[in-house]
Ligand binder design. Structure first.
Ligand SMILES: Nc1ncnc2c1ncn2[C@@H]1O[C@H](COP(=O)(O)OP(=O)(O)O)[C@@H](O)[C@H]1O
Ligand SMILES: [Mg+2]
Length: 502
């Protein structure tokens, strides 16, 4: 309260208190006192006289407006003329009350305080709103997700800043469906148009994944989702949605696909590379049933062409011929799967059966290297869910490596299967060859690591990957005596992991 007259000051306070205002009055009479009072954060209201011995109300008003624009400022004065009062309100006073009509004081103070409170609340709400707007804009920028609104009836479209950035449009440009379509890659335009047409006629939510072709020729992948939202008028609706720039994710996926393909190609090359080794064994394996078929064909002809043709005997020979040829076909089938570039498939497999198959196929290679293959298989071995061709590939890699390690010396290659105590399948391949040095034991699993003049160094890295993709582990250890042992585990139960294209 800026007031030099103590009696007036008392009167004003009494009036307010009579109306249940709880007042704590800080009285000022000089400029210094007034300025000091302005610094008091607890002040809610300024009541000011107009004329004081050493100070004046107008200057006080200007000081208050400068320092505390939020504080209501009411002139309470005896000398305030109408004109001056209006001027004072013009420059920012909240109200004025003449001392001869102090009955106006209480309503004036009440209104001033109410309005100040409302202003403060509005300001707080605006600040909260601005803050949430800022957070939203930041979140949109960080997640590369812009928002949009679209009124299909009027064609009006709203874009957030991030949506403008995704479309690389100046924020001054008014967005339209046509603009969005123009920015869309020509190959995706038709599809997008259909999606939008369909969604707006059926009032249904939509998702569109399409490309944008930017002015500089670069391509962006975006994904838009929107749903219809009804306003007050249930007849009208707008789409509210979000559009995300998914270019990085798409590029990542493409890169992963590319790597997966390279891996699959390498695995395939590895399999085809091994086929050379198998050729001799295969020829031998297939020759037997074919020779048997030829003999049966011969006797069949004899039974038919004699003086008294014996159809019963002839058909017996023909049946034997069919059996022999079918057997040859079966051998080719089993091996040709290694040539094919099939997608991985899971089935129930009997590992013992695979070990035996590969042992037969590698028989010739083993013979040439003076290696004898021994198997030590657990007859009660449970089956596992796995990709048969991939497991054949692993065994062939390990067994070929073992044979190659005994190239100079010959020896015994032992393949064993058993069930471990923690219920896994364990296959081990042991040789009596050159063995492994400590620092080689891990490096041999690196792709392209080889110590062989014509090696590729792919066998072990591919094998380890295959076993890992089946939920197992493949490792090597030096033998106590000569040679090395390679072992891998496989879960008995079906694994949740999906097969990968190794
Ligand atoms: N049974 C083994 N005994 C000793 N060394 C081995 C054995 N198996 C693999 N290695 C070593 O691991 C390397 C990598 O094997 P691998 O990945 O199958 O490729 P590659 O057989 O084409 O060399 C071999 O060159 C060899 O040095
Ligand atoms: Mg190898």
């Amino acid at each position: 309260m800026l007031e030099d007259n103590p009696r007036d000051a008392e009167l004003i306070q009494e009036l307010l208190e009579a109306d249940h205002f709880v007042c704590e009055v800080t009285r000022a009479q000089t400029r210094a006192e007034f300025v000091a009072g302005l610094e008091n954060a607890g002040i809610n209201l300024i009541l000011a006289d107009y004329k004081l011995p050493s100070f004046d109300g107008l200057t006080a008003l200007k000081l208050a407006l400068h320092a505390r624009a939020d504080l209501p400022f009411i002139f309470v004065s005896g000398t305030l003329g109408e004109e001056v009062a209006i001027d004072a309100v013009k420059i920012g006073a909240t109200d004025y009350v003449v001392k001869s009509r102090l009955s106006r004081l209480v309503p004036s103070v009440q209104r001033a305080l109410r309005e100040a409170r409302e202003r403060a609340e509005r300001k707080k709400a605006e600040e909260a709103f601005r803050r949430s707007e800022m957070y939203l804009a930041e979140a949109q920028r960080l997640s590369h997700t812009g928002s949009f609104g679209w009124d299909p009836a009027s064609g009006k479209i709203y874009w957030s800043d991030e949506t403008y950035r995704i479309f690389e449009c100046e924020p001054t440009i008014e967005p339209t469906v046509q603009l969005a379509l123009d920015r869309t890659h020509p190959d995706d335009r038709m599809r997008l148009r259909q999606i939008l047409d369909c969604a707006s006629t059926e009032r249904s939510e939509f998702t569109a994944e399409h490309r944008l072709l930017m002015a500089n020729g670069s391509v962006k992948y975006v994904r838009a989702v929107a749903h219809p939202s009804t306003g007050e008028d249930p007849e009208s609706f707008i789409f509210v949605g979000a559009i995300t720039d998914i270019t990085e994710r798409k590029r990542g996926e493409e890169e992963r696909d590319r790597l997966r393909q390279i891996e699959a190609d390498l695995a395939h090359m590895n399999r085809v590379g091994m086929m050379g080794e198998l050729a001799a064994s295969l020829a031998h394996e297939i020759k037997q049933p074919i020779a048997a078929a030829a003999i049966n064909a011969m006797s069949c002809t004899q039974w038919l062409c004699g003086d008294a043709p014996d159809v019963t005997q002839a058909s017996k020979s023909a049946s034997a011929m069919i059996a022999a040829v079918t057997r040859a076909g079966g051998i080719i089938d089993r091996v040709s799967s290694l040539y094919r570039r099939g997608t991985p498939a899971r089935e129930l497999v009997d590992l013992n059966e695979i070990v035996q198959e590969i042992s037969v196929l590698l028989g010739n290679t083993a013979d040439r290297n003076a290696v004898s293959i021994r198997t030590d298989l657990d007859p009660a071995l449970p089956t596992t869910t796995a990709d048969r061709v991939q497991l054949q590939q692993v065994l062939m890699n390990l067994m070929l490596n073992g044979i190659e390690a005994m190239h100079d010396t010959g020896g015994k290659l032992t393949v064993a299967s058993k069930r471990t105590e923690d219920s896994q399948l364990l296959i081990s391949v042991s040789d009596m060859g050159i063995g492994l040095s400590i620092d080689e034991a891990e490096r041999i699993f690196e792709a392209f690591f080889t110590t062989k003049p014509r090696g590729t160094g792919m066998g072990l890295s591919i094998s380890r990957r295959i076993i890992a993709s089946h939920g197992g582990y493949l490792w090597a250890s030096p033998n106590a005596g000569r040679g090395a042992t390679f072992q891998f585990t496989l879960p008995v139960e079906e694994t949740a992991s999906s097969p990968s294209a190794v």
